[in-house]
Design a protein around this ligand. Structure first.
Ligand code: SER
Length: 319
């Protein structure tokens, strides 16, 4: 058993709930402390309430549980962020800065923080967007993630804090639901296909975005965190991508399983956000430096999503 002790923030969230379970499997149940601003729905292991704006409590938990690694997942996403810009900046950047200070002071072994495709703006080639592009985001979420990437790099260069990061594309999973993102439609569409065979999409049919299936996102995160330090050449954040598709393409894939499935397009303010982001990413740096490789494409993800969601429905009905 490895001796690292891990703290996760935002552990009840879409990524947090899956990552917590995987880390507990890998590092041992009692070595992973889940934290969130709300109590979890089920008791699955060590948990503490934590508002990441309370740096003092955060530092105290790190001491109390002898934490050596932190996965800081808390963030307000793109669509929600537009409704509360100042709060989004305070939470997304303020909490990261608190953590970087704590990490430096307490000499934590490693930190993970997620960045996003939202760091890119309209000044980059939308197809195969290069890792090192001009970053002029249009959303406050994107602005906060660009700042976060630069702070991460600064603390690494100046103080040697071992912080690692991935620019997550839209993440599709079956366990929890995302909240407040522009890519959320790609999760909801599967639920609605099963529930009502119909879906109202807030993006246009051709709004192609980079996406990834949750098991690949978790694999990428753990591979990055477990890679030897010398392999991590980028200390801002690595672009990764599993696939790219538009609402029309995911619809066509779903129709292979549910031929009568219909989608009605009612684009809202999130369409402009989607248009400001890349359609596909060049993630060669992640592939070369620490061996990133996806397992799922749109067809295999869709098959597994329906298999897992149906299993969940059956289990819920039996309970
Ligand atoms: N899924 C995020 C969002 O849509 C992008 O990182 O905001």
């Amino acid at each position: 058993m490895r001796k690292d002790k891990i703290l996760i923030t935002g552990a009840n969230g879409q990524i947090g709930s899956v990552l917590t379970a995987q880390l507990r499997e890998n590092y041992g149940h009692s070595n992973v402390l889940a934290t969130d601003i709300r109590m979890p729905k089920e008791d699955t292991g060590p948990f503490e309430l934590l508002d990441v704006m309370d740096a003092q409590k955060w530092a105290q938990l790190i001491d109390q549980y002898e934490i050596t690694q932190v996965y800081h997942l808390v963030a307000i996403l793109s669509a929600s962020g537009e409704k509360m810009p100042k709060k989004t900046w305070d939470i997304n950047v303020g909490s990261l800065l608190s953590l970087l200070e704590i990490a430096q002071e307490k000499k934590l072994n490693k930190i993970f923080f997620p960045s996003s495709i939202a760091v890119f703006g309209s000044d980059v080639p939308r197809i195969n967007t290069p890792q090192n592009s001009v970053l002029n985001p249009t959303t406050v979420y994107g602005i906060s993630k660009v700042a976060g990437e630069n702070w991460a790099n600064y603390y690494f260069q100046k103080y040697g804090v071992d912080i690692r990061s991935i620019r997550y594309p839209g993440i599709i999973g079956y366990r929890g639901l995302p909240g407040g993102g522009t890519t959320d439609y790609a999760v909801d569409i599967y639920h609605q296909a099963l529930k009502s065979n119909a879906f109202e999409c807030f993006l246009k049919a051709d709004a192609t975005l980079p996406m990834i299936y949750m098991p690949d996102a978790i694999k990428a995160t753990l591979d990055l965190m477990e890679a030897p330090e010398e392999k991590i050449k980028i200390r801002t954040s690595y672009s990764i991508s599993g696939m790219s598709f538009s609402p029309a393409e995911i619809t066509a894939e779903i129709q292979k399983h549910f031929p009568n499935f219909v989608v009605d397009y009612k684009p809202d303010f999130r369409q402009a956000i989607a248009e400001s982001w890349p359609a596909s990413l060049d993630d060669q740096a992640a592939r070369t430096d620490w061996g990133w490789k996806e397992n799922y494409d749109l067809a295999s993800m869709t098959k597994d999503m329906f298999f897992q969601l149906k299993k969940k429905i059956t289990l819920t009905a039996r309970a």
